[in-house]
Design a protein around this ligand. Structure first.
Ligand SMILES: [Zn+2]
Length: 329
């Protein structure tokens, strides 16, 4: 994928292209911004551009160099994801220290992309810092991080920071419809549920997320009387995702109660039901429910029985609803 194919990150791409055009590319960049919005993709595309045999300010995606980088098979372009175990992190960086001082095998610039750079151990960060103090010629280092505040300040000061932002949700909905041919319901739900993160939308677009999220809402909010049987319970990560879907549902009920514009609803596909259900909830009852979901999310980090946690949450939600009926306003 070339710069011109990447959607919704026009501003950072424009800055990078300007650096390329003026031949003042930095030796080290730090790409920051929320998860799932295309930072790593832009980093990889930059690796292609600086080595593209066409020599333009965008990748051709056809030359031998571009094709190798696309297949992660270029000997001079290294992508490191630091979410592995600590010992591997420092090994990666030691390897980088060795590699970066060697002449490129075939590229103009050796490129090292370090994704989730904030997960580096202190030892690994110190090693990177040494490289950043005197980056060799013919090299380019790109750190990618959604949490740059966790990086050493000395590292940040040695990189040129480029900020990436989530897309406006309405704009993302348009992109999903126009460029990815998604239907109205799916495009709207993904744009609002994923909060403007295109990468996350693309990860979910080919799943049956609309049916799944509705199943989760019905089972956990108590709309489905049969309980939790209709949902699968696997691991904590999956339950966190369920709880976010549930929080989105009650956020929507809150929004319709305040009379805000309906286009902002995550679950626009169930608008009629939301308008009907809002009468069953007071604002204080909804606050109780939000507190219960927040507590469940924090208990999830501890070693609790997941099924019991969800059953308790369901009961608390039903209590929140009853409380509302008693105090109804
Ligand atoms: Zn090329």
């Amino acid at each position: 994928m070339s710069f011109q194919d990447i959607k919704g990150q026009d501003r950072p791409i424009q800055i990078i292209k300007e650096h390329l055009r003026q031949s003042r590319l930095s030796r080290a960049y730090l790409f920051t911004g929320p998860e799932g919005i295309g930072k790593r993709l832009v980093a990889k595309t930059l690796a292609k551009v600086v080595n593209c045999q066409e020599g333009s300010i965008d990748s051709c995606d056809k030359c031998a160099s571009c094709l190798k980088i696309d297949k992660n098979a270029h000997p001079d372009v290294h992508c490191i994801d630091t979410q592995d175990s600590d010992s591997i992190k420092i090994e990666y960086i030691r390897n980088l220290q060795r590699e970066i001082n060697l002449k490129p095998y075939e590229a103009r610039l050796k490129v090292f992309i370090i994704d989730n750079a904030h997960s580096l151990t202190a030892e690994a960060e110190n090693s990177i810092l040494k490289v950043l103090e005197e980056p060799p010629a013919n090299s380019l280092i790109i750190l990618v991080s959604a949490k740059p505040m966790l990086l050493f300040k000395t590292i940040i000061s040695r990189c040129q920071t480029i900020k990436f932002y989530s897309l406006a949700k309405a704009r993302l909905e348009e992109i999903l419809k126009k460029d990815y041919s998604l239907g109205d319901t799916l495009a709207h739900f993904l744009a609002y549920f994923c909060e403007g993160r295109l990468g996350e939308c693309l990860r979910l677009k080919d799943t049956d997320i609309i049916q799944e999220k509705n199943r989760i809402i019905d089972a956990l909010s108590g709309l489905e009387k049969s309980g939790l049987d209709s949902i699968t319970i696997q691991d904590r990560k999956q339950i966190r995702y369920y709880l976010n879907i549930l929080a989105g549902w009650f956020r929507d009920i809150y929004l319709v109660k305040t009379g805000l514009i309906h286009q902002e609803l995550i679950n626009l596909d169930r608008k009629k039901e939301l308008l009907r259900l809002m009468q069953n909830f007071s604002f204080s009852g909804l606050d109780e429910i939000f507190n219960s979901i927040t507590s469940a999310l924090s208990y999830l980090e501890q070693n609790v029985n997941i099924k019991l946690l969800l059953l308790t949450l369901r009961e608390e939600i039903s209590y929140g609803t009853q409380r509302t009926t008693v105090n109804s306003y």
